[in-house]
Ligand binder design. Structure first.
Ligand SMILES: *Cc1c(COP(=O)(O)O)cnc(C)c1O
Length: 383
């Protein structure tokens, strides 16, 4: 029964050389931490994003953790994170004993609200010889994490100039934004350190994997060192600091190399999917799309829009075997983060959470499947 076929939200498309490259790893016995695919994958990402350096990691979360550590974030400090993001953004801060400080998001783009960020830094922080201090708690603001939510981007020049003015280093969580650009420059290459993810639901996947991008050779070298147990000698077990076993293994990097060969095709398909959803949904009263700045070319990773009667529509779609999801619960509402600072005026996060739905957006979504998703949505509102 075609009608009841399950349509997933975002699943991998593995139609290229994945099998051949993985087989090569198995045939040659190079499955683990040594082998040529890790280097090839890093070079492919480097070439595509035009980052000077790329360091593969086991996932996006570990890439964020190490990047924050390399920026010098210390226990007891605060790190600014948008209130709408995946929990890994905030968790990576906590791993260092630092605390996330959440900034509400913009009503239309759902990215960190830069006016709110500026206002907060201007009124509630003070510069000292230790850096930018939060007046009330006396804690240092160790970093700003720019998250490119859903592959969209905020005005990066504005964010960077705010960070510069208040002397706070920036790290980019570009885990959802491989292929997204701002004035032609790739997400993940604006800050000293940027991060990517190759989890199964992302634009390309290695099963699990991540990458740290940097234009700074010294930072990239340190990133490689920290993610490979800080081994300081090729033969002796000499480790010169407490590192992490965060490396990406060769057999997974092999999948990444094959996925990179298909990346441009995936980007083209995702844009077509987004365009078709917009065309098919714009006539429905109360539906609102994510605002994209003219300078931004998003990767349209996961199509998400605001819908009236969100909870009912979600249930209706899932009852029709269409996997649709609500947005992330805002970070300030998660049990471990309720006591953290949350800077907001109208709690836009809550409104975004209460109205957004993500729709099936896989690179292998067929035209027939997408037409069915649209039909089901229209039939819901016609009820
Ligand atoms: C996917 C994701 C991560 C984490 O990546 P993993 O590879 O799953 O560890 C971090 N931040 C955001 C915004 C993400 O979407």
């Amino acid at each position: 029964m075609m009608k009841d076929e399950f349509i997933p939200l975002s699943v991998p498309t593995l139609h290229g050389n994945e099998w051949e490259f993985v087989k090569d790893c198995l045939d040659t016995n190079w499955v683990s931490s040594v082998g040529s695919y890790v280097t090839r994958f890093e070079e492919d990402i480097q070439t595509f994003t035009r980052a000077s350096h790329a360091v593969a990691t086991m996932n996006g979360t570990s890439a964020l953790h190490v990047s924050l550590r390399l920026l010098g974030v210390q226990a007891g400090e605060l790190v600014i994170v948008p209130n709408i993001t995946f929990v890994a953004s905030a968790n990576s801060v906590s791993y260092l004993g630092a605390e996330p400080l959440f900034i509400d998001v913009d009503q239309d783009s759902w990215q960190m609200d830069l006016d709110l960020l500026f206002d907060f830094l201007l009124k509630e922080t003070i510069q000292s010889d230790k850096g930018c201090l939060h007046k009330k708690s006396g804690k240092k603001i160790g970093a700003i994490m720019a998250v490119h939510v859903l592959g969209n981007m905020c005005a990066m020049d504005e964010l960077l100039s705010i960070a510069d003015r208040f002397k706070i280093p920036v790290v980019e969580d570009a885990t959802e934004a491989l292929g997204s650009t701002y004035y032609g420059k790739h997400a993940g290459t604006f800050a000293p350190l940027g991060t990517l993810s190759f989890n199964g639901n992302k634009l390309i996947t290695t099963g699990g994997g991540g990458m740290i991008l940097s234009d700074d050779g010294d930072l990239a070298r340190k990133a490689k060192h920290l993610t490979t147990t800080a081994k300081a000698d090729p033969t002796e077990y000499l480790h010169d600091e407490i590192g992490y076993n965060y490396r990406l293994v060769n057999v997974l990097a092999a999948i990444g190399v094959a996925q990179m060969e298909q990346l441009q095709g995936f980007l083209d398909v995702r844009k077509r999917i987004a365009d078709k959803y917009k065309l098919g949904l714009e006539s429905i009263k109360g539906v609102a799309f994510q605002k994209v700045l003219p300078a931004v070319q998003p990767n349209y990773w996961l199509f998400t829009a605001k819908f009236p009667k969100q909870r009912e529509l979600l249930a209706y779609l899932n009852a029709h075997h269409i996997q649709a999801r609500p947005f992330w619960i805002p970070m300030n509402q998660l049990p471990m983060y309720t006591s953290c600072l949350y800077v907001q005026k109208q709690d836009i996060s809550q409104e975004v959470y209460k109205s957004c739905i993500s729709l099936p957006s896989s690179s292998n979504l067929t035209e027939e499947q997408q037409a069915r998703v649209l039909d089901v949505i229209h039939s819901f509102y016609a009820k």
